[in-house]
Design a binder for this molecule. Structure first.
Ligand code: HOZ
Length: 428
């Protein structure tokens, strides 16, 4: 590895004109120290920084680049689209194609609307649930992150957990008091609160596989009971599958656990590396949206043709037989190797993984299953591990309160290099 002098220079230059030097907080490396790496380009499983260093990329733009960087199928489709114009603010045929593909793959989604980001999709889904039910309160889970919409910035994960301020300033008391945050995986608590608040609750929003407090796995009956109880009281159940959608399986967490939420929030992979989001679900709820219904939602770049083309190309590539199995196998090889190295080097850690999503928690605990567990981990050790790995050319998520991702381009050689690097770092 060469030094990262240019990254350092760019970071101080950026701090003069961009708050914190970054356009999204986690990128600032606040939790792991040092300066962020400025990226010049990517190819396949690798990214290259402005100083000419090469890294195996386990962030993959936080999920969208499941085919790796500069995938030829995506680039070809995007190039074709670019020639015909980049935005019209009017309908295009490809939007129907993407909507049809999503509704085919997600049986719970009868109708879907495209927006420009996951935040926008979650925000709109909440408004829709409130409009549909005529109720105000929502339940979310501690450490789950659904973008930076006011109602959802209460006890949130991702950058908020990373910087230790899970509830953002600037959210009014009125908004915050309509949000009830409960511990993930604690179904008894959920039942108790729903029984008490059922007449005021518009919706429950959940990442069925939380990936913004690190990856957390739902306990046996947590999601099914959540489905049963919300159905019983006509409370809209919203699955935020921005990260898990098309990743843990083509049909997301809802396919794996066999649950039909009322609404689903999507993003990331469905834009193939371009800004996009989507929310969809039961037709009777979606028909409440303007211009059919009374709930307003709109956007100039919604259904943008470039993003839609990239998303279509990505999803079509993912539908190829065996893609998720391959992702699963390669991730299993990595996690198996890392687990052995952790034991061999006498460290204590838990690795949570599902499909090609994983997080390493340095902890004495045997299981990490909610935000409290995640917060109690050895974050200093995580930071040292992260920096050690970076110096070896392994680019992991720069916060324990995030997920790591694997693409179809990660090879066995990349996995072996990563495991060897981990052995050197953990031995030291
Ligand atoms: N909140 C995103 C990850 N969960 C990070 C977004 C970014 O920094 O790009």
């Amino acid at each position: 590895m060469k030094n990262r002098i240019k990254s350092k220079q760019y970071f101080s230059q950026a701090q003069k004109v961009i708050p914190g030097g970054v356009n999204s907080p986690v990128r600032a490396f606040g939790a792991v120290g040092g300066e962020p790496v400025f990226i010049a380009r990517g190819k396949g499983a690798y990214i290259y920084d402005v100083d000419g260093n090469k890294y195996i990329d386990y962030v993959l733009s936080w999920g969208p680049m499941i085919l790796g960087h500069v995938d030829s199928r995506v680039i070809k489709e995007v190039a074709k689209t670019l020639k015909n114009g980049t935005s019209f603010g009017a309908p295009t045929k490809k939007e129907i194609e993407l909507a049809e593909l999503i509704t085919e793959i997600y049986p719970s989604i009868e109708k879907v609307r495209l927006v420009s980001s996951g935040t926008e999709a979650a925000m709109s889904a909440i408004r829709l649930a409130r409009g549909f039910t005529g109720k105000d309160k929502i339940i979310k889970f501690e450490g789950c992150y659904h973008g930076h919409f006011d109602s959802l910035l209460v006890k949130a994960g991702s950058g908020l957990a990373t910087f230790g301020v899970p509830s953002s300033k600037g959210v009014t008391k009125g908004i915050a008091q309509d949000t009830i945050a409960l511990p993930f995986n604690d179904i008894a608590k959920v039942k108790e609160v729903i029984e008490k608040e059922k007449d005021n609750l518009a919706c429950v929003i959940v990442e069925p596989i939380p990936a913004n407090m690190g990856v957390i796995l739902p306990k046996g009956n947590f999601l099914t009971t959540l489905r049963e109880i919300t159905k019983k009281y006509n409370i809209v159940l919203i699955f935020d599958e921005v990260i898990s959608g098309f990743r843990v399986a083509l049909g997301g967490a809802q396919e794996i656990f066999g649950i039909k939420p009322d609404l689903t929030v999507l993003g990331k992979i469905i834009g193939g590396g371009f800004p996009i989001g989507a929310f969809g679900g039961r037709a009777d709820i979606m028909n409440y949206l303007s211009p059919e219904g009374p709930v307003y939602q709109a956007g100039t770049l919604s259904g943008n043709p470039v993003a839609v083309s990239a998303g279509l190309a990505t999803i079509k590539a993912l539908t190829k037989e065996g893609t998720h199995e391959k992702l699963d196998n390669i991730t299993q090889a990595l996690i198996g190797g890392l687990s052995k190295i952790i034991v061999k080097t006498n460290h204590k850690a838990v690795i949570n993984r599902i499909g090609s999503l994983f997080t390493i928690f340095f902890s004495d605990k045997n299981i990490i299953c909610d935000y409290n567990d995640a917060s109690s981990c050895d974050l200093k050790k995580f930071a040292k591990f992260f920096q050690g790995m970076l110096a070896q050319g392994i680019y992991l998520a720069p916060s324990q309160f995030e997920a790591n991702f694997i693409s179809v381009k990660h090879s066995l050689q990349d996995i072996v290099k990563t495991i060897r690097s981990a052995e050197r770092v953990l031995t030291k």
